[in-house]
Design a binder for this molecule. Structure first.
Ligand code: DAH
Length: 345
């Protein structure tokens, strides 16, 4: 037994890794190791001898276990020190800059407009960007050959399919799909496309937010009240709005809405071109033909509609000079914008 202990001590001194330690432990203390072998041999001894031999074997086992434990903590300590040395971090190195994501300024404005109308009980609906001529024009009181089609130079895919030039077709789709032909209160944000040459105020792809309210006895007063709330929430409590007569084929009367200049308060400045007013959207009372085309009885129902251009709102509100800035994906623009806005949490 003494020899065995000396042998184990010697071997333990030689090993340097936990793996070797493990192998050695199995070799000496495992089921097939010399100590177990001795324990097995005890069966043939007399009970007197068993007692004596058993005692010695047990203390050997305890001592060997202790030797192994000590070696293990020694090896673990060494390994930890080695790792700490290897994985040393140089805290004087400059940190890698983590780019922080932020909401696109246009998306921010759309979110803001959505929140305002959601708070007034509107639903948000969407429609297809690849649209039928039927919905984009015909049902909206713009039959083939109508001169007003020329103002919306379109990307046609086939004779009857095009990229929508406005979000107004969603009005027709919503009215048509409403089975009960009851009240409607929706806004529809989305992308629109026109064959315009891109410049500071034109983009071949831009966004619109359509609004539609259909109910009994809806009048211009409802439209005015609604848009006044919108203008105040969007541009500030002190804002007022004014209506100017206009023309859209799908509304009668048609109205253009101006908001009093939020920069100069109406006195006159470069933003409002010294008029004190800024045009923000088109709107009107839904044309009876549109109601009829979409299955509503114009004798029973009336409604109002409006179309907002989020790019224009964003440009006015944040002093952005060029519409193309929204679509160039220039990180400096987005980052600058977020800095001005106090970032995005
Ligand atoms: N669709 C029109 C446009 O793109 C904007 C518009 C005007 C929408 C009046 C409306 C509306 O719903 O009532 O020029």
């Amino acid at each position: 037994m003494e020899e065995l202990k000396v042998e184990i001590e010697k071997k333990l001194k030689e090993i340097t890794t936990l793996k070797e330690w493990n192998d050695l432990k199995v070799q000496y203390l495992g089921k097939k190791g010399p100590i177990s072998e001795q324990i097995n041999k005890m069966a043939s001894l007399s009970s007197e001898e068993k007692k004596e031999f058993g005692k010695q074997l047990n203390s050997l086992k305890n001592e060997v276990n202790l030797l192994f434990d000590e070696k293990k903590s020694e090896l673990e300590k060494e390994e930890l020190e080695k790792r700490l040395e290897e994985e040393k971090i140089d805290i004087t190195l400059p940190a890698t800059k983590i780019l922080k994501g932020a909401t696109h300024p246009l998306e921010k404005v759309i979110d803001e407009i959505e929140e305002i109308f959601l708070s007034m009980g509107y639903d948000i609906v969407e429609g297809p960007e690849v649209e039928e001529d039927l919905y984009n024009f015909e049902k909206l009181n713009l039959p083939k050959g109508h001169p007003a089609r020329d103002t919306q130079d379109s990307f046609y895919i086939t004779e009857d399919i095009l990229l929508r030039t406005q979000t107004s077709p969603v009005q027709a789709r919503t009215m048509e799909s409403n089975q009960e032909k009851g009240p409607i209160r929706i806004i529809c944000p989305g992308k629109t496309y026109r064959r315009d040459d891109d410049d500071a105020t034109h983009s071949h792809q831009f966004t619109q937010i359509e609004g539609l309210v259909i109910d009994k006895n809806i009048s211009l007063a409802d439209l005015k009240g609604t848009l006044e709330i919108f203008a105040k929430k969007m541009f500030g409590e002190d804002r007022s709005i004014r209506f100017r007569p206009s023309f859209f084929p799908f509304t009668e009367p048609s109205i253009e809405v101006d908001v009093s200049c939020f920069k100069c308060g109406g006195v006159g400045c470069p933003i409002c071109k010294k008029t004190g007013w800024i045009e923000i959207l088109g709107s009107g009372i839904v044309h009876p033909n549109v109601l009829k085309n979409c299955g509503y009885d114009p004798e029973k129902y009336t409604g109002f509609a409006f179309g907002i251009g989020p790019e224009r709102v964003a440009m006015l509100k944040y002093g952005i000079q060029d519409i193309r800035a929204f679509y160039l994906n220039d990180m400096r623009f987005i980052e600058d914008f977020n800095r001005i806005e106090g970032g995005n949490e």
